[in-house]
Design a binder for this molecule. Structure first.
Ligand SMILES: Nc1ncnc2c1ncn2[C@@H]1O[C@H](COP(=O)(O)OP(=O)(O)OP(=O)(O)O)[C@@H](O)[C@H]1O
Ligand SMILES: [Mg+2]
Length: 353
């Protein structure tokens, strides 16, 4: 069952000068966790604010649980939102901040207490009920904001970069806790982030957004393995995908200077951009062999990145930390041809499958 449906949503600011949402279409099944991933300024917060009813779209429709909600005020949409800046009430205690939504909706005192206690226990906030937001750390404020959303039983949770103010360790812990929590609740979630690790690890579906447009929606693995656009391929994946410009002739890729030749076996003639992920280049491995020279090496915990010169090109290869390689060395890197991505050089659209 579709829980959230967005139809041709468009939102502009400054009399049309800024297009924050550009004809967005999206369907989110009930109980699924959708991560909206994109760089700063691409329209992620705007998308959530429009769904929550805090902004009016210029155009389009919003359906939640089979009901068209875009003409309704925020309070009648039954969504719970966690804001990018938490937006806690400064003159309310932690308890009051968590309880306020239930109170406004007329829940009994006993029911409020029951729900607040349950959620506070889950998030480790019981000892902090009487504190004010200014007396909390960033992480505690963040959990209070989450608790305020979780005491509700909304049709959809909207979360705007809820982990961005946490340090790396707490962030990683909270990431998996949150994921499990929403899974246990069977909740439908739209989770906005510019962090690809968060998106790929937490989500059932990832929507990748640039300039107000959704470029691709799919399960994390699909978005990673079959990016439908060069920008998606470049945005998702660390270290970044290598891109070579050239053309295909006789089912073979020729780099612009003809130095690199790769038999891609793809029926297409004309200019292309060829993408190879760093882990698809395997020094000493099986596959189509290319000769390269090591420029330098960066260690990266359990792995290291080799910067390789391939003719005039510089490519990144990801290898195990114990792989022996030092600058100046010549080596053979193997490329699995089925892991090559081809994109149209002008439109950026994927050509190969
Ligand atoms: N009230 C506003 N008036 C004018 N322009 C706005 C307004 N709100 C947002 N914008 C513009 O709309 C675009 C999308 O903004 P939005 O806040 O949705 O981006 P975002 O993806 O959430 O970015 P970030 O990751 O930095 O939070 C940006 O270009 C922004 O400058
Ligand atoms: Mg934002």
């Amino acid at each position: 069952m579709v829980q959230v449906r967005l139809l041709n949503l468009t939102k502009t600011y400054l009399s049309g000068q800024v297009v924050a949402l550009d004809n967005v279409n999206l369907e989110l099944p009930k109980g699924q966790f959708l991560a909206v991933l994109g760089p700063s300024g691409c329209g992620k917060s705007t998308l959530l604010r429009v769904v929550a009813g805090l902004e009016r779209p210029d155009q389009g429709e919003i359906w939640i649980a089979g009901r068209r909600v875009d003409p309704l005020p925020p309070a009648r949409r039954n969504v719970a939102m966690v804001f990018q800046n938490y937006a806690l009430y400064p003159h309310f205690t932690v308890y009051q901040n968590i309880a306020i939504g239930l109170k406004l909706r007329g829940y009994s005192r006993a029911e409020i207490q029951k729900r607040v206690l349950k959620v506070a226990r889950m998030l480790g906030l019981e000892g902090l009920f009487d504190r004010y937001p200014r007396e909390l750390s960033g992480g505690q404020q963040q959990r209070t904001a989450l608790a305020r959303a979780l005491v509700r039983d909304p049709e959809v949770f909207l979360l705007d970069e809820p982990l961005s103010n946490l340090d790396a360790q707490i962030r990683e812990e909270t990431r998996s806790e949150l994921k499990r929590l929403f899974q246990d609740l069977g909740a439908t979630v739209i989770y906005v982030t510019h962090d690809q690790i968060e998106a790929l690890t937490m989500a059932d579906l990832v929507a990748v957004m640039f300039h107000g447009r959704i470029f691709q929606v799919g399960p994390p693995e699909e978005v990673y393995r079959y990016p439908t656009h060069r920008r998606v391929a470049e945005f998702v994946g660390v270290p970044r995908i290598n891109i070579l410009r050239g053309r295909i002739k006789d089912r073979t890729f020729f780099s612009e200077d003809q130095i690199v030749k790769i038999p891609v076996g793809f029926d297409y003639e004309g200019p292309v951009e060829l993408g190879v992920r760093p882990e698809s280049l395997r020094p000493g491995g099986e596959g189509f062999k290319l000769k390269a020279r090591v420029l330098w090496v960066e260690s990266w915990g359990p792995q290291k990145i080799l910067f390789l010169a391939l003719g005039p090109y510089e490519l990144r290869a990801l290898v195990a930390a114990d792989f022996p390689a030092s600058p100046g060395e010549e080596l053979e890197v193997a490329l699995r041809l089925e892991e090559v991505h081809l994109f149209h050089p002008e439109t950026g659209e994927r050509l190969s499958f």
